[in-house]
Design a protein around this ligand. Structure first.
Ligand code: PHE
Length: 342
């Protein structure tokens, strides 16, 4: 390297050492490295005037200088950026070194999980899951289920109606699946439907104006009460306990004949008798029966050829029993400390 070049490097270093901020950095960089007007480019142009034997050494020296300048400036830029970041952090009111605080994330609702579990059991038995509307026509909720106009179950005291002539309402049960399934499928039918139902009940420890049900419909040739019992028992053993026993008592529902109230052996005392089962050993759990021939006919199923069974059960009630919850309102207060336990 020739002396003037050494001078040049020293000059560059002096220049670089004056850089204190971004503005100074840009001006030093441009003074030395600008494409057309930078010191290095300007010096390179002298190459042409040199005797040819000096040119290679001069060219090499200039290229080294350029490389050195680029690297030095790059390093200076890094230092400036880091300082800027630290200044921004220390000047701000946010202390980024503090540990984070946990943001409360919800969890799957226990009723929803139970609903899913119930659907899965039926799917594994070959049932098709049917979604039925919550806002329903009175025909599906009542008429087609053998509850004509004057039927007491239609009472406005029990049902949320939307309009005067009482044509639309919030469904009071999931038994509407019977009508929807028979209208859309031909036998053999194995349908299950779960979801919210609404009744004008008070909101207290054991009642809620909105709760969940699961309803089941099977229609085929030669379906008997034996099929009902077998399917039901399989289901109850799976949802409660493999040792669960059940019994059928005569019961009345307009859309089944014969109809039955179904009890399970008390899951708390295994039938010995306790406070929950009021010393009887049994807990009433659902309604069931053989689909009424009128209901089959109204939905277009030939009742001389086909028969069917149906049952319906409250999901919240299963939850209360399964988890030993005393007050149904706990499920809807959305207190994560409660909901996370399941
Ligand atoms: N829908 C009835 C209820 O809500 C239950 C039921 C379903 C009874 C099917 C018999 C057959 O109480």
């Amino acid at each position: 390297m020739t002396d003037p070049d050494r001078n040049l490097i020293e000059q560059f270093e002096r220049d670089v050492s004056t850089i204190r901020d971004m503005e100074q950095y840009v001006s030093v960089r441009d003074r030395w490295l600008a494409r057309e007007t930078g010191i290095i480019t300007t010096r390179m142009k002298l190459l042409r005037d040199l005797p040819s034997e000096e040119r290679p050494a001069f060219g090499r020296a200039m290229n080294e200088l350029r490389k050195h300048a680029e690297e030095r400036l790059e390093a200076v830029l890094e230092v400036l950026k880091k300082a800027a970041r630290e200044a921004a952090i220390s000047g701000s009111l946010v202390d980024v070194t503090r540990p984070g605080f946990p943001y409360p994330v919800g969890c799957e609702h226990p009723i929803r999980r139970l609903q899913q579990e119930i659907e899965d059991i039926f799917v594994s038995m070959g049932f098709r899951v049917f979604d039925c509307p919550e806002v329903e026509r009175e025909y599906y909720n009542f008429t087609a289920l053998n509850m004509p106009r004057e039927h007491p179950a239609r009472d406005a005291q029990d049902t949320f109606y939307f309009d005067e002539p009482e044509l639309t309402l919030l469904r009071t049960h999931c038994s509407t699946v019977q009508v929807h399934a028979m209208e859309t499928m031909k036998p053999p039918i194995r349908a299950v439907s779960t979801g919210k139902v609404y009744r004008r009940d008070p909101f207290d420890a054991t009642h809620s104006p909105m709760f969940f049900q699961v309803d089941v419909l099977v229609v085929d040739e030669g379906i008997t009460m034996g099929d009902l019992k077998g399917t039901l028992e399989t289901f109850l053993k799976r949802i409660f306990h493999p040792d669960t026993r059940m019994r059928l008592r005569p019961g009345y529902f307009p859309f089944v004949e014969p109809g039955a109230e179904v009890d399970i052996s008390c899951i708390f005392c295994f039938g010995q008798g306790c406070r929950i089962c009021k010393q009887t050993g049994w807990i009433e759990i659902l309604g069931a029966g053989m689909v009424h021939p009128k209901v089959l006919r109204m939905s277009g199923v030939d009742d001389s050829r086909y028969s069917g069974f149906a049952w319906g059960m409250g999901i919240d009630r299963v939850a209360i029993l399964k988890y030993g919850v005393e007050d149904i309102r706990l499920f809807w207060e959305n207190d994560l400390r409660f909901l996370r336990q399941f």
